[in-house]
Design a protein around this ligand. Structure first.
Ligand code: FAD
Length: 426
C-alpha cells in the first residue's frame, strides 16, 4: 500500500528521502511510490514557483507515459513544439530540425512549458501516486551512518526535524546539496557562462507550420533562445561567457538589451517587445561532480551535473536520471548495501547520456563545427542521426552512432580542409 503522510510521519523513517521536488525529484518520487516504496520529498519552495528550463524534448514523452502523467500534461494547454530552429545571428541562415522528419526519431513533438505549472503537475502527481511531499521544507544537513542517512530539515515555521532512510536521492538542482558539502563540483574548462533571461509579450514569433518552434540564435561568442510559451508570451534568454560579461562592465539588463538590438535575427522580431517578468540571472553554470553516487546517496538531475542548455536537454536528462536513480534505489532496498552495482551502473549511464549532449555543446561554439551544422546535408542520413539526438534519443542504436561519428569527423576535418562552404556563422 502506498505510504501516506498520516501513516508514516510518526515513524519518520522512510525507504528513501528525496531532496527537491523539481522534475528529477518528482520523477524519482513517483517511480518509487509506484513500486510500493515509502518515499518522502523535501522541497524548500512552495509550488507553483518560477523556474527556467521551458523547452522540452520529444523523448520526454516516454517518461510521461511511464509515470502515467501524459494526460495531465496534454490537457494543460502547453504549446506544441514540432521543431527546433538553429538560426545564425545575422539572420542569413536557419537549420530547422523537424522532429517528425527524422528517420531515427520515434517521437514527433514535444511541449514548451511554463515550469511553474509543469513542475506543479509532476509534484502533485507524485503525491497522487503515494509519495509524501513536504513543501517549504529546506534540507540543511545530511549525515551518512552505517545503515542509514539522517536528514535534518527546517520547516516554514523555523522548526527543525530529523528524518531517516537507508537511501538519499539528491535532486536539489543547481544547489547541488550533497556534492557541494562533499566538495565534488568541477567546472568544464572554458564553459563558465551566465544566462540573462525573462518573459516578453509582443515578440513576432514564427507562425503557420513553424508555430511553436524554439529559436536558438548563434552569436559570435554567445547564443540566445526564444521559446513561445503562449500566444503572446515568449521566453527570451542570452547565454554569454562570464569573462566577457564582466569585461563589458555593464548591468545584466543593458547587456541583454544590447545583444537583442545587435542581433539582426532577433531585432527584427523585437520591435514591439515588452518585458512581463523580472529579469533573471543565473551565473557560473556547467559543472560535473567527481562522483554521482556515494555510500547511501545518489545524485540525479542537475545535482548530478549541469550542462549549457543550448539543446534543451536539461529536463529530459533530469527526468531520465530521476527515473533510473529511483529504479536503482528500489533494487538496492532489497539488500540495503551502501553502494550497489546498480548505483555504479547508474553513474556510468548518466555520464554517457550527458556526454552525448556535451559533444554537441562544446562544438557548437566552434567555427568549423558551426559551418557544417548550418549547412546540413543529409547524405547517408547524417542529419537524421542529429535529429534523433536533439529530439532526446540517448540510447543510440548502431545506425545512429556511426552516423554521428562520421558527422563529428567531418566537422573536425573541416577545421583543416574546407569540407563545407566557408560562410559567416554568427
Ligand atoms: C538558463 C537556463 C535555461 C535552461 N533552459 C532549458 C530548456 O530550455 N530546456 C530544458 O530541458 N532544460 C533547460 N534548462 C535546464 C533545466 O532547468 C534543468 O535541467 C532542470 O530544471 C533540472 O531539474 P532538477 O529537478 O534536477 O532541478 P530543479 O528543477 O532545479 O529542482 C530542484 C529543486 O530542489 C529544491 N531544493 C534545492 N535545494 C534544496 C534544499 N536544500 N532543500 C529542499 N529543497 C531544495 C529547489 O527548490 C528546486 O525546486 C535550463 C537551465 C538554465 C539555467
Amino acid at each position: 500500500m502506498p505510504a501516506t503522510e498520516a501513516t508514516t510521519s510518526a515513524a519518520e523513517h522512510w525507504d528513501a528521502i528525496i531532496i527537491g521536488g523539481g522534475p528529477a525529484g518528482s520523477t524519482a518520487a513517483s517511480t518509487l511510490a509506484m513500486a510500493g516504496r515509502r518515499v518522502l520529498v523535501l522541497e524548500k519552495a512552495k509550488f507553483p514557483r518560477f523556474h527556467i528550463g521551458e523547452s522540452l524534448l520529444p523523448y520526454n514523452r516516454k517518461i510521461f507515459d511511464d509515470l502515467g502523467v501524459w494526460e495531465k500534461i496534454a490537457g494543460a494547454g502547453f504549446t506544441k513544439k514540432r521543431a527546433a530552429q538553429f538560426v545564425m545571428g545575422n539572420g542569413s541562415r536557419a537549420n530547422r530540425l523537424d522532429f517528425s522528419k527524422g528517420s531515427f526519431t520515434e517521437y514527433p513533438e514535444a511541449v514548451q512549458v511554463e515550469r511553474a505549472k509543469f513542475d506543479d503537475i509532476l509534484l502533485h502527481h507524485s503525491r497522487e501516486k503515494g509519495a509524501a511531499v513536504r513543501e517549504e521544507s529546506t534540507v540543511i544537513e545530511h549525515r551518512v551512518e552505517a545503515d542509514r542517512v539522517v536528514i535534518k530539515y527546517r520547516a516554514v515555521d523555523g522548526s527543525e526535524h530529523e528524518v531517516t532512510a537507508p537511501y538519499l536521492i539528491d535532486a536539489s538542482g543547481l544547489t547541488n546539496f550533497t556534492a557541494n558539502r562533499e566538495s565534488l563540483r568541477e567546472y568544464y574548462p572554458g564553459h563558465k557562462k551566465i544566462a540573462i533571461f525573462s518573459h516578453f509579450s509582443g515578440i513576432d514569433m514564427p507562425t503557420g507550420e513553424e508555430e511553436g518552434d524554439i529559436l536558438i540564435v548563434r552569436r559570435e561568442k554567445s547564443w540566445c533562445w526564444l521559446i513561445p510559451l503562449a500566444p503572446d508570451k515568449t521566453s527570451v534568454g542570452l547565454v554569454i561567457d562570464a569573462g566577457d560579461f564582466k569585461a563589458l562592465g555593464k548591468k545584466p539588463q543593458e547587456v541583454f538589451d544590447e545583444a537583442m538590438a545587435d542581433t539582426p535575427a532577433i531585432s527584427k522580431r523585437f520591435g514591439n517587445a515588452r518585458i512581463s517578468e523580472e529579469m533573471h540571472v543565473v551565473a557560473d553554470f556547467s559543472y560535473k561532480n567527481e562522483t554521482l553516487v556515494s555510500p547511501r546517496v545518489i545524485r540525479v538531475g542537475d545535482s548530478s551535473g549541469f550542462i549549457d542548455p543550448m539543446f534543451s536537454s536539461g529536463v529530459l536528462l533530469a527526468m531520465t536520471s530521476g527515473q533510473q536513480g529511483a529504479r536503482v534505489i528500489h533494487e538496492a532496498l532489497e539488500t540495503r548495501k551502501p553502494l550497489t552495482a546498480g548505483m555504479k551502473r547508474y553513474e556510468k549511464d548518466n555520464r554517457k547520456r550527458i556526454a552525448i549532449y556535451w559533444e554537441f555543446i562544446d562544438n557548437f561554439y566552434k567555427f568549423h563545427f558551426a559551418q557544417i551544422f548550418f549547412q546540413p546535408y543529409n547524405r547517408w542520413g547524417l542529419v537524421c542521426s542529429i535529429n534523433a539526438v536533439l529530439a532526446g534519443r540517448t540510447t543510440l542504436s548502431f545506425a545512429v552512432w556511426w552516423r554521428l561519428r562520421v558527422f563529428f569527423f567531418l566537422a573536425w576535418l573541416n577545421k583543416h580542409i574546407p569540407v563545407a562552404k566557408r560562410i559567416k556563422v554568427s
